[in-house]
Design a protein around this ligand. Structure first.
Ligand code: ADP
Length: 404
């Protein structure tokens, strides 16, 4: 079986999926797995195509102390026990900087360029690059492809790509990149099948997960995002604040005595729904809580989605459809109902029964614009890009050594 391995590496977990390559370049998901608890309590879990468990085991902490070690263990399990040797590996890489507007076949030169963007995404980029480096060292002929969260937004006009700061900083790379691009790309590709009549018009997509952002799509292309230079901006998230007056950061440093590293940690891990509620970063727990701060955090989340929808509708000069996606967007009937309520001034109405059964179209028949729920699939996007690059690369057939 010819397969593609998709890797999404974070600081304490490596998630992976295996896709088989079927006829005519179609891909079929075969395995979903993850190695989590890296450096604490390493645990490998994997399921097959029908959800049947394939592995659930813990490892001694010293044998899986970092991301490359986790990749090695997961790769060894796939190779030796499941007998899968992928033709290529597709990686989620958070930052492609100003350089990469498309996925790219990885070599040492590409890795060196991607290392320059570590400063732009210090909590994600090093972990994304670690398994790439170790696979390059151990399996130098195995094709690897980097797929970027920023790439889909590289179509932005200059006016939505910059900040009002000295232009030299823009040249250095301080730009409004936008993130969750693989998710938006998947939705943009799926929408023509769901709603051919609106797919090419003005659409807002709300990716509401642990990380959350919104994207304005015009003719299937991103023209604006709520996120900017880093994945801190825009909507409030599980542990990140979203839009914040930069003066707050200065206050944290000058008045609260936070070092830059401490402030960074605080902004990525202690703010957002978790910080405001003091209860949890998890929307399910907030929805179940009677705590008044949990209610405030949800209120703030919904309110900011409404505000940002207004901003993106202005960027689009109108609105023809609204789409929910990601963990909260796909699963929380209550948040969807409350957001739809916020969008009432745009003529949005909800079909409560359709919303409750998680239908694809959840707007009422009298709604001025349709509202959809489209489950995202970033991993499939990565697998598709990897396969496309593999097919487009003349030397790929000689490089497709089943190495891993
Ligand atoms: P990420 O991929 O960024 O880790 P997800 O897209 O998986 O995040 O989304 C995680 C979020 O989705 C969590 O806040 C979780 O509580 C929320 N979520 C998942 N299922 C539900 C549900 N049934 N109701 C409300 N929130 C949910």
């Amino acid at each position: 079986m010819d397969t593609i391995l998709v890797v999404n590496a974070g600081s304490s977990s490596v998630k992976f999926q295996v896709f088989s390559i079927e006829g005519e370049g179609r891909l079929r998901r075969q395995i979903k797995g993850q190695m989590d608890g890296i450096g604490r309590r390493p645990r490998l879990r994997a399921k097959g195509v029908d959800g049947q468990p394939l592995a659930d085991r813990v490892y001694p902490v010293e044998s899986v102390s970092d991301v490359p070690a986790a990749m090695g263990v997961a790769g060894g399990w796939l190779r030796n026990e499941i007998r899968i040797s992928p033709m290529a590996v597709g990686h989620r890489v958070v930052h492609g900087g100003p350089d990469f507007g498309q996925p790219v076949l990885i070599d040492h030169g590409v890795v060196a360029r991607l290392e320059r963007f570590v400063a732009l995404a210090p909590l994600h980029q090093p972990h994304n690059l670690a398994p790439i480096r170790s696979l390059l060292a151990n399996f130098p002929t195995l094709p690897q492809v980097a797929c970027f969260d920023t790439a889909f937004h590289r179509t932005h006009d200059a006016v939505s790509d910059c900040y009002a700061i000295p232009y030299q900083l823009y040249v250095e790379g301080v730009r409004r990149y936008g993130f969750h691009g693989l998710s938006y790309e998947y939705v943009a590709k799926t929408l023509p099948h769901v709603a051919p009549e609106t797919a090419r018009r003005r659409v807002i997509v709300a990716h509401l997960g642990s990380g959350a952002s919104m994207c304005a799509l015009k003719e299937g292309r991103s023209i604006e995002s709520t996120m900017g230079f880093t994945a801190l901006d825009g909507l409030p998230m599980g542990t990140r604040p979203g839009q914040l007056d930069p003066g707050v950061v200065l206050y944290l440093i000058s008045e609260k005595g936070m070092s830059p590293a401490k402030a960074q940690d605080f902004l990525y891990r202690d703010c957002g729904l978790k910080g405001l509620s003091g209860v949890s970063n998890d929307m399910r727990e907030l929805e179940a809580s009677e705590d008044s701060k949990a209610k405030l955090a949800i209120e703030y989340f919904v309110y900011r989605i409404g505000l940002n929808a207004g901003m993106l509708a202005a960027a689009l000069q109108g609105l023809d459809a609204f789409v929910f996606t990601a963990g909260i967007g796909e699963n929380s009937t209550r948040i969807r109902a409350r957001v739809a309520d916020q969008l009432g001034w745009l003529g949005v109405t909800l079909d409560s029964a359709a919303n409750s059964r998680h239908a694809r179209l959840i707007s009422g028949s009298d709604s001025r614009i349709p509202v959809y729920v489209i489950p995202t699939d970033e991993e499939l996007m990565i697998a598709q890009h990897t396969l496309l690059l593999l097919m487009d690369t003349p030397s790929s057939s000689t490089r497709q050594e089943k190495a891993l």
